[in-house]
Design a protein around this ligand. Structure first.
Ligand SMILES: CC(C)(COP(=O)(O)OP(=O)(O)OC[C@H]1O[C@@H](n2cnc3c(N)ncnc32)[C@H](O)[C@@H]1OP(=O)(O)O)[C@@H](O)C(=O)NCCC(=O)NCCS
Length: 222
């Protein structure tokens, strides 16, 4: 099959080190260093633009505010000693990246010795649909498998049908619905809403007042 130069994401992977039939032509993938994080700003912006164009169910933070927060979170991840980022390059230019958070085991979901989340996957618009996202995830999974990790989760905006197809095509299935709602917009807040005889004071929240799964966590095994 493949003839890898070295284990781990430090090695640059190209068509010559991978299954050439599946690998996007002219693309190389390697580990992103912490001092290269600023390079992903444009791709982060493109992801927000994509969600905005789709009409994200939850209002989005403007890019100028979003990026400093995202960058700080990435820096924290890359300093934790186990999370990692991979970049896809064409002609010295970054065209996509994946950020992977490797965390402590979850108290609820039995996913093994770690709880792993694909925090971000973004491919620049002109390169989408040509196998770059697939190559990035293949390399993420190669790295996880090398560490003995077999499962990870991904949060997908409920309106992002293309991304859902992409992950479902790899065998991911919905494992959790994250709901979002405005307390002040419930009819109950405008008067009533408490069921007669509900002495426990538990308000009835009509289903329609909760935005429908703005973010869906998918789960899969590499
Ligand atoms: C989702 C994304 C990372 C996939 O990467 P990609 O390089 O476009 O995907 P690939 O070419 O490897 O795979 C294509 C598959 O992804 C899906 N897909 C998702 N978005 C797509 C798009 N804009 N164009 C084409 N295919 C898309 C299709 O199901 C396609 O499957 P098919 O070839 O069987 O039709 C990329 O399209 C992207 O960055 N989109 C915008 C940001 C985003 O939604 N990120 C995911 C957040 S969870």
């Amino acid at each position: 099959m493949t003839d890898l130069p070295a284990a781990g994401p430090n090695a640059t992977r190209t068509a010559s080190t991978n299954d050439a039939a599946r690998w996007p032509s002219g693309v190389a993938i390697r580990l992103l260093r912490a001092d290269e994080i600023e390079l992903v700003q444009g791709l982060w912006r493109e992801l927000l633009v994509h969600l905005d164009e789709l009409g994200s169910a939850v209002p989005l933070v403007p890019h100028e505010q979003s990026w400093p927060r995202r960058r700080a979170a990435y820096e924290e991840l890359l300093a934790d000693g186990r999370s990692f980022a991979l970049g896809a390059w064409r002609d010295e230019g970054l065209i996509g990246y994946a950020m992977v958070h490797v965390a402590e085991p979850d108290p609820v979901w039995a996913t093994g010795a770690t709880f792993v989340e694909l925090s971000t996957l973004s491919v620049t618009r002109r390169e989408r649909g040509a196998g770059v996202g697939t190559a990035l995830l293949d390399e993420v999974e190669r790295e996880l498998t090398g560490r003995g990790i077999d499962q990870y989760v991904i949060g997908v905006d409920s309106v992002n049908e293309g991304a859902k197809r992409f992950y479902e095509g790899r065998g991911f299935r919905v494992g959790f619905h994250l709901l979002h709602g405005h307390i002040s917009e419930r009819p109950a807040a405008a008067g009533g809403g408490r069921a007669a005889g509900d002495t426990a004071g538990r308000a009835e929240v009509p289903q329609r007042d909760i935005a429908e799964t703005p973010d869906t966590a998918m789960h899969g095994e590499p």
